[in-house]
Ligand binder design. Structure first.
Ligand SMILES: Cc1ncc(COP(=O)(O)O)c(C=O)c1O
Length: 427
């Protein structure tokens, strides 16, 4: 065996996968089964007691999904991972392993609108309280920390505004406070940015977007960097206290640098239940094989479209960190040097009405609520994804009334620009 450390494109195709030991199948098979036969009673007991790793029931783990988990964890540079039914489920499961009622976490204001809703409303029902901070003023993160803070949450490239977050500066604040930094890396993917290399302790991905990449399945992923000391000061009881569910086992003591991924699986996913379908795992594995090729094409097309739009008379501004004049360009050069992603916003001089006309006139672009498809996508966030937010929250999260969000696909760039040109002219 060669001692070479495989490159990113090699890992995207091979990490976690072996030819099927029974049939020789080269593509990872879809193990479409709920449950797995035990060898004998002792084997069953050791699986249930966490003394042996193995398959029990697909809500807790599945061999197709296990390949996906190993692959994404390898691409992110983590020790272990857990795939679940959606990006949102990944957030619930990760926080469930960290928080107890009355705890707080600090989150960047510049987040996907659905995450802002989840944190403001659904999480409140668990007694988990979000405190918002401004990624453009890093000191607000430090000021938001209290003795109840259990984590800091940011997005590497924030949806929808083309914001690049200064991961290292916020990681330093998290380290000082003794709390893990969780980075949602959905818009960047590990091809563009590996938050763990910049100090993140936990990475979240919505697999639904660029990792899957074809707009055909919903899924989410938690990657454990294996870097955080969960036992310090006993602040994370799920990880540092004896678990009554498993005969008093202490997860951090027993599982060391992948204890967080284990806690997410055997405590949070087992009991909360948002398991990923093995069929979706198969689709994600297939998508990830071409991630580096697709992601580079997405970025190259997005830069060309952003440049073209910034010269159009109908366009008031373009917020794409890949553009040299952009406010986040220096951060983009540091954190996403291969390209600033494919999702960005623009403001139309005609405001809300011009936005509605543009989305009504596109032909190649699809008007829908998703990003990270091979196809080019368009949406008016103020009337859709960010509609539930107050006007102030809309503006704070980069989704004011004049804003259009584009997710640039991998079609021929001339066709993408041609469609925008005809739609702007018609509007
Ligand atoms: C940045 C980001 N994080 C998380 C999510 C949630 O992912 P999912 O739709 O897979 O639950 C989304 C969805 O758009 C997103 O854009």
């Amino acid at each position: 065996m060669s001692e070479r450390i495989p490159g990113f494109s090699t890992l995207a195709i091979h990490a976690g996968a072996q030819p099927d030991p029974t049939t020789g199948a080269r593509a990872t098979p879809i193990y479409q089964t709920t449950s797995f036969v035990f060898e004998d009673v002792d084997h069953a007991a050791s699986l249930f007691g966490l003394q042996t790793f193995g398959n029990i029931y697909t809500r807790i783990g599945n061999p197709t999904t296990a390949v996906l988990e190993e692959r994404v964890a390898a691409l992110e540079g983590g020790t272990a991972g857990l795939a679940v039914a959606s990006g949102h489920a990944a957030q619930v499961i990760a926080f469930h392993a960290l928080m107890t009622p009355g705890d707080e976490f600090v989150a960047s204001r510049k987040l996907y609108g659905g995450s802002i809703n989840q944190f403001n409303h659904a999480f409140k029902n668990f007694g988990w309280n979000v405190v918002w901070a401004d990624p453009d003023d890093i000191s607000t993160f430090e000021r938001a920390i209290t003795p109840k803070t259990k984590a800091i949450f940011i997005e590497s490239i924030a949806n929808p505004g083309g914001v690049i977050t200064d991961i290292e500066a916020i990681a330093a604040i998290a380290k000082k406070a003794g709390v893990p930094l969780i980075v949602d890396n959905t818009l960047a993917t590990p091809y563009l940015c590996q938050p763990i290399n910049h100090g993140a302790d936990i990475v979240i991905n919505s697999l639904t977007k660029f990792l899957g990449g074809h707009g055909n399945s919903i899924g989410g992923m938690i990657t454990d960097a294996g870097t955080f000391n969960w036992s310090r000061e006993g602040r994370y009881p799920m990880l540092s206290q004896p678990r009554p569910e498993y005969n008093g086992i202490v997860l951090h003591e027993t599982f060391g640098n992948f204890a967080f991924a284990i806690a997410c699986r055997v405590l949070s996913l087992r009991d909360m239940g948002p398991a990923l379908s093995p069929f979706n795992s198969f689709l994600f594995l297939t998508g990830i094989e071409t991630l580096p090729l697709r992601m580079q094409r997405h970025c190259d097309n997005a830069l060309a479209v952003a440049e073209w739009l910034s010269k159009r008379p109908e366009v008031a501004w373009v917020s794409y960190p890949g553009l040299p004049g952009d406010k986040y360009h220096q951060l983009a050069k540091k954190y996403v040097p291969k390209g600033a992603g494919a999702v960005f916003t623009l403001g139309l001089k005609g405001g809300y009405d011009a936005g509605v006309k543009l989305v009504s006139n596109v032909q190649l672009f699809s008007h829908l609520a998703n990003i990270g498809d091979t196809r080019s996508l368009i949406i008016h966030p103020a009337s859709t994804t960010h509609k539930q937010l107050s006007d102030a929250q809309k503006v704070q999260s980069g989704a004011g009334p004049d804003v259009i969000r584009l997710s640039i696909g991998i079609e021929d760039v001339a066709d993408i620009i041609g469609d925008l040109e005809q739609a702007l002219t018609a509007a």
